[in-house]
Design a protein around this ligand. Structure first.
Ligand code: PLP
Length: 352
């Protein structure tokens, strides 16, 4: 019998706030692989699995929440959606607005968007507005537009975003047959750590799983408001997707950290880029810089002796490396070995 993955809303309908008559949008999001990472497991002395969210339709986990938020907007009769974005939210919003037949406006901070993400918003037909300010300024404008005009806001302050995003925690449990001991992920606006925690709790409460993981979040050193305990006015980091100084889901993320017995710590840009390289070269997964913050944090905590031996650890890598090739290529020597069109020269170049 024909069957394919139907997207997160249909697959997890029983756990989501949609009625039988609601239209459910999908571009096939979710169902992403949980890949064992032997290289990381031996490096930290635990059983490490990577949740590869770069395999979503627009290349980041944002598609889970966007399927949900855009479906809600459509069912409510909206005609225009707006979002602030460091890039991935706009890529996802543009794609889901396209399939929903809605108009999408994205507010982008000046000069900080990876080229791949910008291309996605453009090709999917979003209207791009560049704001002379940072992400936090963009989000404030988007919220006010939503308050004062008939436009739906699809940032993660929209609770339907977290509803869709929590399905990633369900998938982790379904794949492992249990909840992990520790779940690690990057933290920017903090919607995702909040959504995972919600998902893990709901599965435990429904009796699907018996336990809850500790939630470990990692921010970039110069964009680490949770570590500082207050908003950061001018966040800076090479990991543009987590270059956020005033996280919208502040209270939810603090609850996820504290109620799970977890932590939110910071890693340097150097650690992030190093983790990005190790994921690509040792594990075989190419992620964008922000996505590597979780692995950077795992390695950092292992260095401090804080990773429990043989723990089952899942790490979400949030977005695809192809979105931001400029940063990745800047870390490598691109000078090719040039030879004549000749087999002997090729053999010699290969050291044969
Ligand atoms: C949005 C995003 C994040 C941060 O997620 P939050 O929910 O804002 O904490 C991390 N990595 C990537 C690739 C993202 O697109």
């Amino acid at each position: 019998m024909a069957h394919q993955w139907r997207g997160v809303l249909a697959e997890y309908r029983d756990h989501l706030p949609f009625s039988d008559t609601d239209a459910l949008l999908s571009l096939g999001e979710g169902g992403t692989p949980l890949v064992p990472a032997p290289a990381l497991s031996s490096a930290v002395g635990a059983d490490v699995h990577i949740k590869v969210e770069g395999q979503n339709p627009t290349g980041s986990f944002k598609d889970r929440g966007m399927a949900s938020a855009m479906s809600k907007a459509l069912n409510d009769g909206a005609s225009t959606v707006v979002c602030a974005s460091t890039g991935n939210t706009s890529a996802s919003a543009a794609a889901y607005a396209a399939t929903a037949g809605l108009t999408c406006v994205v507010l982008l901070p000046q000069g900080k968007i990876a080229a791949g993400k910008l291309a996605q918003a453009v090709v999917h037909g979003a209207k791009l507005v560049q704001v002379e300010g940072n992400f936090d300024d963009c989000l404030e404008i988007a919220r006010k537009l939503h308050a004062e005009h008939p436009v739906e806001l699809v940032n993660s302050v929209n609770p339907h975003r977290l509803q869709g995003q929590k399905t990633a925690a369900f998938e982790v449990c379904d794949a492992l047959g249990r909840a992990p001991d520790i779940h690690i992920l990057p933290v920017g606006n903090a919607g995702n750590i909040s959504a995972y925690w919600m998902g893990y709790q709901e599965y435990r409460d429904a009796g699907v799983t018996a336990q809850l993981p500790a939630m470990w979040g990692f921010q970039a050193e110069r964009a680490a408001p949770f570590v500082a305990g207050r908003p950061i006015p001018d966040p800076e980091t090479v990991a543009t997707a987590i270059r956020i100084g005033a996280p919208a889901s502040w209270n939810l993320a603090v609850a996820a950290r504290d109620d799970s017995g977890g932590l939110i710590d910071a890693v340097s840009d150097e650690q992030i880029l190093d983790a990005q390289k190790r994921l690509a070269a040792d594990v075989g997964i190419f992620v964008e810089p922000a996505s590597a913050a979780g692995v950077a944090g795992l390695l950092q905590q292992a260095g401090h002796g804080r990773v429990p031996e043989d723990a089952t650890i899942t790490v979400t890598v949030t977005g695809n490396g192809l979105k931001d090739i400029d940063t990745a290529l800047s870390q490598h020597d691109l000078t090719p070995t040039v030879i004549e069109a000749d087999i002997a020269a090729a053999a010699q170049a290969m050291g044969l």
